[in-house]
Design a protein. Sequence first.
Length: 251
Amino acid sequence: MTKGMRIDILSIFPDMFGPLNQSIVGKAQDKGILELHTHDFRENATNKQRHVDDMPYGGGQGMLLMPQPIFDTMDKIPQKSEKPARVILLDPAGKKFDQKMAEELSEEEQLIFICGHYEGYDERIKTLVTDEVSLGDFVLTGGEVAATVMIDAVVRLIPGVLGKAASHEDDSFSSGLLEYPQYTRPEDFRGMKVPEVLMSGHHENIRKWRLRESLKKTLERRPDLLDTYEPNDEELKMLQLLRENVQDVVE
């Protein structure tokens, strides 16, 4: 039986997380595998106007999130277990999110996401944080969209969330390679036919075809992934043939 996960999200726009009540993440909550809580930290602002941002000391453009509303909100979040929660600050300067990080985070019992707006954070907020994470090398208006994407990627990896334990293992990036092409009925659609090898029932030939196609797609579309990938002898031979533009016939 899975121990489940609790996720808390700090945001001044909690309604933006409605999509997380749908699809796989919503079903994970229905099954009791996931607890998802949003916290509007504006509710903990102590100033009369309920502002959560202010001008930076020393001058400069834009506004910064103040520490007080964040700290007071964090103080009210219950701890799921004796193990401290991972606290993730959505920050363009953070470590880039990837499948490996999603797999690592899926093993935690509690995650807390802090979503910012404006130009940045008061540096003292970062004393609460275990991980500064970025979705990629671009700028969003706030951390809510990035947090939604990360939560979706993490939750689907929690044991018991997907229908089959191995459902995610062939996903692109899970193996380090892009996923091979897949087909379903009809066999012939508008002249586009399913590759014969997939109709053959020969499991070893199908395995080889899928491996080669996975390597081919990765080589063509994301060759950077191969810089850190450690191929076995069979994969090395296939890669060599692919780089030489030789069609490796599955026999």
